[in-house]
Design a protein around this ligand. Structure first.
Ligand SMILES: NC(=O)c1ccc[n+]([C@@H]2O[C@H](COP(=O)([O-])OP(=O)(O)OC[C@H]3O[C@@H](n4cnc5c(N)ncnc54)[C@H](OP(=O)(O)O)[C@@H]3O)[C@@H](O)[C@H]2O)c1
Length: 291
């Protein structure tokens, strides 16, 4: 069991028998433009990862599809051998093509190969948490998931995976997976302006299952709203800080994995997410237009 840093906002959350800091780090931004190829500043990327661990972060989100392979190789270079408290979690279900696309790859043999590739690139014998990434770049799709999810359950039973999760999933797919085997986390797109999963978050919180919003800051289209700006101005802080703090307030099962390629933003975010929001601030933020 890890000992999360008391300095990080939000405290800790259990992922099965593991514990992670609710403030984590999303490593996708460490690969090159379009999530393809190496970063312009390799030393800077390594510095961000080492700073994350120095700050006490124990949850790093990655995928062998980032680069591809680039992000996992950077994580290994920067942090291997990993501290016992650190949990590097990954996703399978999509590959990269020559055009930088993300074609679906969810047949059992493709999933097995992706798990083996993640183990090799990260230098691990077991992956602490593997998400089955569903849908496509447009979002979740209501496809059946049993064959793919059962393939990961098999790899878990063989000791290659410790815990399972779903990503880019519908609420029905979450329920379908839970009918097959326990999951410890769901990772979907969610932020102050993109709230399709409100009901799902509340259901998962009641079941003690984590919800990890990807694009917490809007991803490639930075999150903006007049309410966010007004609250940030009033509290003399930034909209980024308010957006992260709002997510930690939203539900105790929400784990943050904001992405950044700079040490300065990483440090800023670990402070900003701890911002105290009043009932009035939360009421104002609730008026943000939904996308
Ligand atoms: N499951 C999935 O399908 C899926 C899809 C997408 C992403 N993800 C995961 O989710 C994580 C988060 O998503 P994301 O990184 O794409 O988007 P994000 O966290 O919403 O936003 C990242 C962007 O915000 C900027 N930023 C961060 N801190 C900032 C600050 N303090 N001030 C100003 N700008 C700031 C970053 O720029 P700088 O680099 O300049 O800081 C970057 O452009 C990814 O790293 C990945 O692990 C999962």
């Amino acid at each position: 069991m890890s000992t999360p840093s008391p300095a990080l906002p939000g405290g800790a959350w259990p992922l099965g028998d593991l514990t992670v800091t609710r403030f984590g780090y999303g490593a996708m931004r460490l690969s090159g433009p379009g999530v393809t190829g190496p970063p312009a500043d390799r030393d800077g990327a390594v510095a961000v990862l080492r700073e994350a661990v120095d700050l006490g972060i124990t949850h790093i989100d990655t995928s062998d599809a980032y680069g591809p392979r680039v992000t996992n190789q950077l994580i290994r270079e920067a942090l291997h051998p990993y501290p016992e408290s650190l949990h590097v979690v990954t996703k399978v279900g999509a590959q990269r093509d020559e055009q930088g696309g993300w074609p679906v790859a969810r047949r059992p043999e493709q999933l097995r190969r992706q798990v083996e590739e993640n183990l090799a690139s990260l230098g691990l014998d077991t992956l602490d948490l593997v998400y089955l990434r569903l849908g496509d770049a447009e979002g979740p799709k209501p496809d059946p998931i049993a064959e793919a999810f059962e393939a990961l359950v098999d790899l878990r039973d063989r000791g290659l995976i410790r815990h399972l999760g779903l990503s880019n999933a519908t609420a029905d797919q979450v329920a379908e997976a839970q009918g097959i085997a326990p999951i410890v986390s769901v990772q979907n797109m969610y932020n102050l302006a993109h709230r399709h999963d409100d009901a799902l978050i509340d259901r998962l919180a009641a079941e003690q299952v984590a919800y990890v919003p990807f694009f917490p800051l809007g991803g490639f289209s930075p999150l903006r709203s007049s309410e966010l700006s007004a609250v940030a101005d009033r509290l003399e802080t930034t909209p980024v800080s308010v957006a992260l703090a709002w997510l930690l307030h939203r539900s105790p099962n929400i784990l943050l994995i904001p992405g950044t390629s700079t040490v300065a933003h990483l440090r800023e975010n670990t402070v900003g997410a701890g911002l105290a929001l009043s009932g009035g601030d939360l009421d104002e933020l609730e008026k943000t237009e939904r996308q």
